[in-house]
Design a protein. Structure first.
Length: 166
């Protein structure tokens, strides 16, 4: 996909999603990622949402991670709730295509890893957390559910240590 390419997904049910591919090295299936984000929103407590997804490279996500979380390393996914009121969610999810490619293996493709990152980030936006062991179990169960909803069977280990170690 071309650097800086964008896609929008506006529907009648009150969910507006956009995706900006801000890297040019790795392929990105924008429709698949938008569809996954929408699936999470449909099952959430929110009546409407405005969500922006961004696919970036490791240097970009590293800078964001340092700026907003004071973590001086690249990461797989960042999510930001910008506003939440009156049943409406406004948020952003940023994923690293470089990290997704590095975490994939013969059983888990970079595209599947990108899908996982979007699902994981969206689950954070709608209220799931992964700070305690109980929260991690709930998060992993939800990730598996949405991966399967998107036609991906989670593998026992997704490769190079991305968001999930099943």
């Amino acid at each position: 996909m071309a650097h800086g390419s964008a896609a929008r997904d506006i529907s009648r049910n009150g969910f507006e999603l956009s995706l900006a591919n801000q890297q040019s090295v790795h392929a990105v299936d924008k429709g698949r990622l938008l569809k996954a984000a929408r699936r999470v929103l449909v099952d959430s407590k929110f009546d409407s949402a405005t969500i922006s997804l961004a696919v970036v490279d490791d240097p970009t996500i590293h800078a964001l991670n340092r700026r907003f979380l004071d973590h001086d390393w690249p990461t797989d996914v960042l999510s930001f709730v910008l506003d939440e009121r009156d049943g409406h969610l406004n948020g952003e999810v940023v994923i690293s295509a470089d990290t997704a490619a590095a975490a994939s293996d013969g059983h888990w493709t970079p595209a599947d890893e990108q899908l996982l990152y979007v699902i994981h980030g969206m689950l954070h936006l709608v209220g799931l957390d992964d700070q305690s062991e109980t929260d991690v179990r709930k998060m992993r169960a939800a990730e598996r559910y949405y991966l399967r909803e998107c036609g991906v069977e989670p593998v026992a280990n997704n490769g190079g240590g991305g968001t999930t170690a099943w």
